[in-house]
Design a protein around this ligand. Structure first.
Ligand SMILES: Nc1ncnc2c1ncn2[C@@H]1O[C@H](COP(=O)(O)OP(=O)(O)OP(=O)(O)O)[C@@H](O)[C@H]1O
Ligand SMILES: [Mg+2]
Ligand SMILES: [Zn+2]
Length: 514
């Protein structure tokens, strides 16, 4: 038995076995050939790009019994010990699991002694940014006056977190995300060696899902092999594993949203859920799709895919913006949803709720497609008069800012359903009412309704319960509480008595009491 995971099994053992990272390999090769060996090296880069692997190869190359050089023999006792992780002069510290001062300090102290077998004492510290402050001090001390027989190999995903004092004493090599085509080629090499059949598109999909991390791509390959159960790996398999569901899945879902086809949409999500899809990745894919649609609407391109073109015709630019906003918020809130599938479903349902219920105003060829919609989902029943509650719900999704936001929040709804949308504005806020602002509000409301609507704002005596009034009433309440608390405070009372002072109520701000 003894199944070894692919990522471990296929860790490169020689510099020329490393995928990508050509510039780092070149610098290391040159250093090993010329013998000009800096005493401290820092390998940086995102996860799974080869930091630990390259540092270990370098340590082996410095230690091989056959001599220092870019291609260690892999046969002498020391090379074997390095690969096996038991070379006595190679000290590996994983700072992520060892941050205690004593721990690291003791280890670093052993560096003072001459190497037992090899040429150098080599200290490889992984995730070095995780060392505690005290450990950094201990490290810095040795880095400042390193014994000639000591070499440091430091690796981190987060070089910004290293003290400059440490960083400035190292020769830094930045490793890059590995390009997908190079990952795919490595996967193909591994599949051949492991006698696993896989189509090139399947391997490309796995490589892309690794997003630059060879380790992630290898663990995905491992999952795909388990999933395939002895069958050749295909792109469809990989897609259902990663939840990307192929290039048509998201456009189809979005199309279902636009035509109000809730049944199909929910069924598709259910399938994805049972397949164990990655909903965060799906939400991110949805954002990319909406971005592509928006680009297509604003700067049409000939090379856009047919699904993007057709969606770009079925949505207004404002709807696309709104959907993007909904997807963005939804994706951010995904971790708070009871489960990711529900969170994702809510994103689509929310979009669906904003597709307008009223008959479509004859516009572009769009119209026919709109009529495919089966069961429109109305936001509020058209028969009911709008309330402040409705307006409070509509306001946040309009995406208003600045003065337009101020205008809208002082308004009170009379009719949100018909055309024109009618709002009341108290005469005392009449200064907010100008053409520019009301046009902006009209546009935002049209986007919300998904069709051009007119806006009519009527000035009136006074309105009690606008969102702005509610907000200011709340603040007023808190302010009074704050003033009450402060004027009752014994210390302040004493100050007032002693100095015949007075309390300036305007200096009290409500926000500071809670
Ligand atoms: N550049 C690469 N060339 C070949 N294999 C690689 C490369 N990068 C990563 N791998 C594969 O991924 C595994 C993990 O790589 P490694 O531990 O070197 O990454 P790392 O950058 O140290 O990641 P982490 O930041 O997560 O520690 C290796 O065992 C190897 O199989
Ligand atoms: Mg590592
Ligand atoms: Zn050797």
């Amino acid at each position: 038995m003894g199944h070894e995971v692919l990522a471990r099994k296929w860790r490169p053992h020689q510099l020329n076995d490393v995928v990508g990272q050509e510039h780092a390999v070149r610098i290391l090769t040159h250093a090993l050939e010329s013998g000009r060996l800096h005493h401290a090296w820092l390998f940086t880069g995102t996860r799974g790009v080869g930091k630990t692997s390259i540092a270990r190869i370098f340590a082996k190359a410095l230690s091989c019994e056959k001599g220092i050089g870019p291609a260690p023999c892999d046969q002498c006792e020391i090379c074997l010990a390095c690969d096996g992780g038991y070379h006595i002069d190679l000290l590996e510290i994983d700072a992520a699991s060892r941050t205690k001062v004593e721990d690291t300090r003791d280890l670093l102290e052993t560096l003072q002694y001459a190497p037992a077998r090899g040429r150098y004492k080599i200290c490889l510290i992984d995730e070095v940014h995780m060392l505690s402050g005290h450990s950094f001090n201990a490290l810095l001390k040795i880095l400042e006056e390193p014994p000639a027989h000591v070499k440091f190999l430091l690796a981190t995903t987060d070089p910004e977190k290293l003290p400059v004092t440490v960083r400035s004493r190292c020769l830094q090599l930045d490793l890059h995300p590995v390009p997908a085509n190079k990952i795919a080629a490595r996967l193909a090499q591994i599949c051949t060696a492991e006698e696993i059949a896989a189509t090139p598109p399947a391997l490309l999909d796995i490589a892309a899902a690794g997003r630059g991390s060879l380790r992630d791509a290898l663990s995905l390959l491992e999952q795909a092999i388990a999933f395939a159960g002895g069958n050749p790996l295909t792109a469809e398999m990989v897609q259902s594993l990663t939840g990307t569901g192929g290039p048509t899945l998201l456009p189809e879902l979005l199309s279902a949203v636009i035509s109000g086809d809730g049944e199909n949409m929910l069924a598709a999500i259910e399938t994805l859920r049972t397949e164990g899809a990655d909903f965060d990745m799906l939400a991110s894919g949805l954002l990319s799709l909406l971005h592509a649609i928006s680009v297509q609407q604003i700067i049409p391109r000939k090379d856009a895919s047919s699904s993007v073109c057709s969606l770009a015709e079925r949505l207004t630019p404002e709807e696309t913006q709104l959907f993007y906003q909904i997807a963005l918020t939804g994706r951010r809130d995904l971790p708070f949803a009871p489960d990711p599938a529900i969170g994702f479903e809510m994103i689509l349902l929310r979009m669906m709720a904003f597709v307008p219920a009223s008959p479509w105003v004859p516009q572009k060829p769009k119209e026919e497609k709109r009529e495919e919609r089966k069961e429109p989902v109305p936001i509020t029943a058209a028969t009911r008069l709008p309330t402040e509650h409705d307006w409070n719900q509509v306001l946040p999704v309009l995406g208003l800012t600045g003065m337009t936001q101020a205008l809208a929040s002082h308004c009170h709804p009379v009719s949100l359903q018909g055309d024109p949308i009618q709002l009341l504005l108290a005469a005392k806020h009449a200064s907010l009412l100008n053409k520019n602002l009301s046009e902006r509000l009209e546009k935002a409301l049209s986007a919300w309704r998904g069709q051009p609507v007119r806006l009519k704002i009527t000035l009136t005596e006074d309105i009690p319960n606008t969102p702005a009034a509610q907000k200011s009433a709340k603040e007023q309440g808190r302010l009074q509480t704050a003033q009450g608390v402060i004027s009752q405070d014994q210390g302040i009372k004493r100050l007032i008595d002693t100095f015949s002072a007075t309390l300036d109520p305007d200096s009290i701000r409500a926000g500071e009491t809670d």
